[in-house]
Design a binder for this molecule. Structure first.
Ligand SMILES: [Zn+2]
Length: 682
């Protein structure tokens, strides 16, 4: 440690308030958090110490002005924990988790603050406020009520204990998962065992082995979800079996990384917290404040989709079995992707692995992802080599509006690394707010394997999809035009937040976009028209499997979080509980495993999606309905883009999202386009 000032506590000096990552050291974080906690505490105390009657200005606006330092420090830090969580960073995160929970609770449960907000809320109808300000009062009042601000002191103490313990447990869950995922990476002795992989994939496996001190061997690291992209191409059945078995074993072994007791305690404490707040279950408490409204509404959608999805998967399985018969194999879970590619090749003459040469990452990014947004919204994206992110691999881009005005920064962190958690995501480092005068700084993280030095990154179609998807979230954050920080970025209901990113996927195969980016790495030739045609023809292909594995995970999430405190307090066998839940909804086909099993279901046990994994298909109803709207209205035009941007993306969390949808679409969303897209019309 030196006496140099803590860069986290200095006023922002870089463009768009980008954190000075180059001068931040690990030891700066905890002191900065302590200072930031104290600063917000003092700001909130100043609000409640006022003798003046509560007003919108002296209470709500003052609350919105509070916590700016904490927001900055926390967003700076949590960007790093997800994308570059070194052991040192993880240690800070562990120490911080209970402190952060305690600070949040102290404000959310502040009785004096709550009574001032309740007073403003009570006279809301008589106040002359704009729509966003009214909504701000309603949201703060509701969120504090849901957090338990109305409870008595003994209950609040118990609630605070629960939150602190939960913050530790969810952190443990994530740490166990990361460690066991690394531990269970599959080691192969011989390249022959990896027959079917491309040269790039094979050399990545050789490099991964070298990095682990296993020179001359091959290491395949696991993905977050149950399956693995290599399952589609590995010709050696035993290799496929080993890969899937390792994936499904994560955090279920009798070792220090066992997540079974961790998740049981998480479930029990969440149920207890819900009971304290007056709800029968955690799911009931969570869903009361989502567009879905209740567990019953969610269950009803999931059940409606499960039966046709499972039936479609059985039909798909029969087609796979016909080919597997020739090999004398009965289709098992680890065979599904491999034989699916054979059926796909037979039916559509399409080898997805052979598409990579058309999807060079830089071209996909600039001439696909950015190009689509330029066409729709008129924005311009330029790389800023003079600005640096939190890791040398992070790239920084500046985004301008069509009229040349500054919009914000977009950071891209494409490659996988051992310190990065699995999956792909978007987060905000700075959120847009007129009150604070801040512009958005957003990040996209993916987990693309790094190619051998000197060779280009060739993406799979799935990775192309992920890039468009995450950039859809980025646009949502970049386009926000809200006043209050509370609504900045993508601070919308969780069962709404996937909608803009899903819509952005519609441009992947859109003719003008595809022709612009999908160019062969060597020849520059566009993807042949007949291949494009077959890609379109095969869009509903394997949707029985994809829908089933997703619905299964959603159902497991609802099952755990739908438990009452009594039910959650019994000694539950994790595997048996999960199996019973899947049998209950008819998604128990052993050849179609759940996309996430309980012990590695990070979304719901360590991420922010508890009782919320259904959200993806819930918001896909809006997505499919919106794609239909774009098609009906001429597709890729500035006029369409601007309407979507102004009436929907720009609203952020500052209003009722379903009202924003009606304003954009001219009516409520209909489910039919989703059923058709996924082949579920029966
Ligand atoms: Zn997403």
């Amino acid at each position: 440690m030196t006496d140099a000032p803590n860069p986290l506590l200095s006023p922002p000096a870089l463009p768009y308030d980008l954190p000075p990552y180059g001068s931040i050291a690990v030891e700066h974080y905890l002191p900065a958090f302590h200072a930031a906690f104290a600063a917000q505490r003092a700001e909130v105390d100043a609000i409640t110490a006022q003798t003046a009657e509560p007003t919108f200005e002296n209470t709500l606006v003052a609350l919105e002005r509070s916590g700016e330092l904490l927001d900055r420090v926390a967003r700076t830090f949590y960007t790093v924990t997800g994308a570059d969580g070194t052991p040192e960073i993880q240690l800070v995160e562990e120490q911080l988790a209970p402190l952060m929970a305690a600070h949040r609770d102290a404000i959310q449960l502040d009785a004096a603050l709550y009574s001032r907000i309740a007073a403003v809320h009570a006279q809301l109808d008589g106040l002359d406020l704009d729509a966003e300000s009214r909504y701000l009062v309603e949201r703060h009042h509701r969120e504090m009520s849901l957090a338990g601000a109305g409870l008595d002191d003994a209950q609040k103490t118990r609630l605070t204990d629960l939150n602190q313990r939960l913050s530790v447990l969810t952190n443990t869950f994530e740490k166990n998962l990361l460690a066991d995922t690394n531990d269970l990476a599959v080691v192969f002795d011989d390249a022959a065992e990896l027959d079917g992989l491309g040269d790039g994939e094979l050399s990545a496996a050789a490099q991964a082995a070298t990095a682990r001190g296993l020179d001359g061997r091959y290491v395949v690291t696991l993905t977050l979800y149950t399956g693995h992209p290599y399952l589609a191409s590995l010709t050696n059945r035993e290799s496929r079996r080993r890969l899937l078995e390792a994936s499904r074993a994560r955090a279920t072994r009798d070792n220090e990384y066992d997540n079974r007791p961790v998740l049981r305690e998480i479930v029990r404490l969440r149920a207890e917290r819900a009971a304290l707040l007056g709800y029968p279950s955690h799911a009931a408490a969570v869903l009361a404040d989502q567009t879905a409204g209740s567990p019953e509404a969610v269950a009803s959608l999931l059940r409606r989709l499960a039966a046709p999805a499972a039936a479609n998967a059985r039909q798909e399985q029969a087609a796979l079995q016909r080919i597997a018969d020739a090999d004398g194999i009965r289709i098992d879970a680890h065979d599904w992707a491999f034989y699916t590619e054979k059926v796909r090749a037979e039916r559509y003459d399409l080898d997805r692995a052979a598409l990579r040469p058309w999807f060079e990452a830089e071209r996909v990014l600039r001439d696909g992802v950015f190009f689509a947004a330029e066409q729709l919204y008129g924005i311009r994206v330029n790389e800023r080599h003079d600005l640096q992110g939190y890791h040398p691999e992070v790239r920084v881009f500046e985004v301008h509006n069509a009229d040349g005005s500054e919009l914000g920064l977009f950071l891209l962190d494409l490659y996988t690394r051992d310190t990065k958690r699995g999956g792909a995501w978007m987060n905000s480092i700075v959120t847009q707010s007129a009150l604070r005068g801040t512009a958005p700084v957003v990040v996209n993280n993916l987990n693309v394997n790094k190619p051998a030095p000197g060779t280009p990154t060739l993406l799979s179609l799935d990775e192309v999809t992920t890039l468009f998807h995450e950039f859809g979230h980025a646009l949502h954050g970049l386009f926000a035009t809200v006043t209050y920080p509370h609504f900045g970025g993508t601070a919308v209901y969780r069962d709404f937040v996937e909608f803009p990113s899903q819509v952005n996927e519609m441009w992947i195969l859109w003719p003008e976009i595809l022709a612009n980016y999908a160019r062969h790495i060597d020849t520059g030739e566009p993807l042949p028209a007949d291949v494009v045609e077959r890609l379109h023809a095969s869009e509903a292909f394997n949707q029985g499997f994809a829908t089933s594995e997703y619905l299964a995970a959603s159902w497991i999430d609802q099952a755990w979080h739908g438990l009452t405190l009594d039910e959650a307090s019994s000694d539950i066998d994790v595997a048996a509980f999960q199996a019973a839940a899947l049998a209950d909804i008819g998604l128990d086909n052993p050849a179609v495993p759940t996309r996430y099993a309980s012990t590695y279901f990070a979304h719901v046990f360590s991420g922010g999606y508890s009782a919320g994994y259904y959200s993806y298909i819930w918001s896909e109803v809006l997505d499919a309905d919106t794609v239909e709207w774009f098609r009906e209205n001429g597709g890729l035009t500035r006029e369409n883009g601007d309407r979507f941007r102004q009436r929907l993306l720009g609203v952020g969390g500052s209003g009722d999202p379903l009202a924003a949808y009606r304003d954009f679409r001219g009516r409520d969303a209909e489910i039919q386009p989703l059923l058709e897209r996924r082949g579920l019309t029966g």
